[in-house]
Design a protein around this ligand. Structure first.
Ligand code: ADP
Length: 355
């Protein structure tokens, strides 16, 4: 009969089909148990949004089957735990991964993609927060069907001091904060740099996010200073750049990449939004290839995206049957997996001190 060590060695050699490394290198073998009548293998995925768990289960099963003794059953149990840089720990946040969603210019569907990313990751079972930092057009509360004003609650600080923290609005368990909650509808706000910096800092630090796997931040379009502000406070898991297939928008996106690289924010890759007859297709993939950056998927131009968003039903867009859902979920999975990939490729990056 094979020993625990034999089985563990076999499982460790399996190459993860998504990440291309052995399960031991990825630290995904959580437990192995062997008894006279059963072998149990516990595998831990790096995210609930992992797209190929059935395939992985088959690979593990195939690897072990011939080592099973007569009458020994096999069970492969799969769970997931999101890992991250946990860089927010410095300012008291328990957030594993912070993802900034940006674009070179407005109107490309950046807020839509940011909200869909949050809702999609939430639908996979991740703990998610969504911070709408697009002070120039905070559209996320409307898309999420959220209204009202976040309350404030008293918290005990680490040093015994009492702190007042804003309570994010709860949307089916997703935690939402937006500048829109503090601005009258239709009122325009002109933010000067320092004010924006301060508002964002406060939003991030003084909100009671609790423990999160992912915090998605919808950035104002084309703002280098904002991502600089963020990267000085927390180690971002990275930035996602949204663009349409049009040439002009792509040039803007290239500028955005340059900007993120200048402020040391890793670029997770490009999402092409509004792919279809009107704008064409494939431009973002080509640019991603040219810049040697990941392409994170394309989202078709589809009326259901606008309709669900307008109706404040973003969460339903990711959970109900509709023509855009699969491509949106695939984008969420690609982003979660790109973060997992970056974590296994490189040790945690140092975080800059708070200014
Ligand atoms: P941005 O944040 O880049 O300014 P928004 O996310 O607010 O852009 O989107 C602008 C408009 O385009 C919204 O009305 C939204 O519903 C619509 N939209 C975004 N993406 C799509 C898409 N893939 N198909 C159809 N409409 C879309």
């Amino acid at each position: 009969m094979a020993s625990v060590e034999d089985i563990r060695n076999l499982v460790s050699e399996v190459i993860d089909p998504e990440l291309g490394k052995s399960l031991s290198a990825l630290r995904m073998v959580r437990d192995v148990q062997v008894s006279a009548d059963a072998v149990t293998v516990a595998i831990e995925l790096p995210t609930p949004a992992y797209p190929g768990s059935d395939r992985l289960k088959t690979l593990v099963t195939e690897k072990i089957t011939s080592s099973l003794a007569d009458g020994q059953s096999l069970s492969v149990d799969i769970t997931s735990t999101v890992r991250g840089k946990d860089a927010g720990g410095r300012i008291g946040l328990k957030i594993h991964n912070i993802i900034a969603v940006g674009s070179g210019k407005g109107g490309v569907g950046k807020s839509t993609v940011a909200a869909a990313l949050a809702c999609g990751l939430h639908s996979f079972g991740c703990r998610v927060g969504l911070m709408d930092a697009d002070v120039y057009g905070p559209s996320i509360p409307h898309m999420m069907g959220a209204s009202g004003q976040p309350g404030a609650a008293e918290h005990q600080g680490g040093d015994g001091q009492k702190l007042l923290r804003m309570e994010p609005i709860d949307v089916d368990g997703l935690k939402l904060m937006s500048m829109g909650f503090f601005i009258e509808e239709g009122q325009s706000v002109v933010w000067r740099g320092p004010m924006l910096h301060k508002a964002l800092t406060q939003f991030l630090k003084d909100s009671d996010w609790g423990e999160l796997d992912y915090l998605i931040i919808d950035l104002p379009p084309g703002t280098g200073d904002v991502s600089l502000t963020l990267s000085q406070q927390v180690g971002l898991a990275g930035a996602v750049i949204v663009c349409t297939p049009q040439q002009v928008a792509l040039l803007d996106a290239i500028k955005a990449v340059d900007m993120y690289q200048k402020v040391n924010v890793p670029v997770l890759g490009f999402v092409e939004n509004m792919t279809g007859d009107i704008f064409g297709r494939g431009g973002a993939r080509k640019v991603a290839e040219q810049l040697d950056l990941p392409f994170l998927g394309e989202v078709p131009i589809d009326a259901s995206i606008r309709e669900y968003g307008d109706a404040g039903k973003m969460m339903a867009l990711l959970t109900e049957e509709n023509p855009a859902r699969d491509s949106l979920l695939a984008v969420c999975q690609n982003i979660a997996m790109q973060i997992a990939r970056n974590l296994t490729d490189a040790p945690a990056a140092p975080t800059l001190e708070i200014l």
